[in-house]
Design a protein. Structure first.
Lengths: 206, 127
């Protein structure tokens, strides 16, 4: 009995992830606990979001080594700034992925070879909006829902949204890649996201 | 002008704008409650696209991140004091000065946990 109690305490102190039921983990609660400096909560939040943080950054940067470096920066930033998270303005996962995406896009745009990257990645993206990364883990409900909702967009909406989000292109770059007027690209980004929002059932109350 | 800026909210939510445009949209959002909600929802929808980019990271990323976190103090107290009234800042600075560590339970395996303390202390006092 005492032995069990001790091992549980040791487990807590070494931040081994809690193997609790994945469905019961609430990212909002975890991020709030992280904001109070709770390292065990951070380890659990890591397990919940890291594959998407890393996958998203890798998708934008197309370089696993660089993606790993940026993912580490992002996840440590989540730890440092978690106290700023306010659930009234959106979900914890959205907060984390927004940081990850912005950081990945910033890195991509600061690359010296960005002009070449734009042409290379853009051409590939139009032909294959889902690359091999997306297929590494299959059968996840969220992924299926996202894919279904992306399929629900018009071709142009889907292209402008995925070129910006997954490839990190600015709207003028997207306009250039698709040979489409700037105004049309801006409009399709907005109405594409609105359609995605409605399909995914996203709501923000405050 | 405002309608022009508002047409950027989709691109803004996708981080597809430049720094100047982002600042303009931020200003626009400060003046428009409905726009803020719209952008929050579009951001939420955009962030769900991360579900479609799932990729298992190398195991060393977890080790590296947790190791970095163990030696990085969240600037929690300075953030709170920035928003809190003066009395809270005072309480925080007193707490920082008097407590051997602000997180006693997490300190069993800590060697350098208090290395952040003087900086936070200065920060809290300077407010």
């Amino acid at each position: 009995m005492a032995e069990r109690g001790r091992s549980r305490r040791v487990q807590h102190l070494t931040s081994v992830p809690c193997p609790g039921p994945a469905g019961a983990v609430d990212a909002n609660d975890l991020l709030r606990a992280v904001g109070r400096g709770d390292e065990a909560a951070f380890a659990r939040l890591y397990d919940l979001v890291a594959p998407r943080v890393y996958g998203l950054i890798r998708r934008v940067l197309r370089d696993p080594a660089q993606a790993e470096e940026v993912a580490q920066e992002v996840l440590v930033e989540v730890w440092r700034t978690a106290a700023r998270f306010d659930p009234a303005h959106g979900s914890a996962t959205s907060w984390v992925f927004t940081i990850a995406h912005r950081r990945a896009v910033g890195r991509a745009r600061s690359e010296q070879s960005s002009a070449e990257r734009t042409v290379r990645a853009g051409a590939a993206a139009i032909d294959t909006p889902y690359d091999e990364v997306a297929d590494e883990v299959s059968g996840r409900l969220e992924r299926q829902q996202v894919r279904r909702c992306l399929d629900d967009l018009t071709e142009l909406q889907r292209q402008v949204v995925t070129l910006a989000y997954y490839q990190g292109h600015s709207y003028p770059q997207v306009a250039e890649l698709l040979k489409t007027p700037l105004g049309t690209v801006k409009t399709r980004m907005r109405d594409g996201l609105i359609r995605l929002r409605d399909c995914l059932g996203v709501e923000v109350t405050a | 002008m405002s309608a022009d800026i508002h047409s950027l909210v989709g691109a803004f939510a996708l981080d597809a704008v430049d720094d100047l445009e982002r600042a303009a949209v931020d200003r626009h959002l400060r003046e428009c409650d409905a726009c803020r909600i719209e952008v929050a929802e579009l951001r939420e929808a955009a962030a769900r696209l991360a579900d479609g980019a799932w990729s298992v990271p190398p195991p060393r990323l977890r080790e590296n991140v947790l190791a970095a976190v163990a030696t990085t103090r969240p600037p929690l107290w300075s953030l709170r004091s920035a928003r809190a009234p003066v009395s809270s800042s005072f309480r925080i600075s007193v707490y920082a000065m008097s407590a051997p560590s602000p997180r006693p339970r997490a300190c069993a395996r800590s060697r350098s946990r208090t290395s952040w303390l003087p900086r936070t202390w200065c920060c809290a006092i300077s407010r």
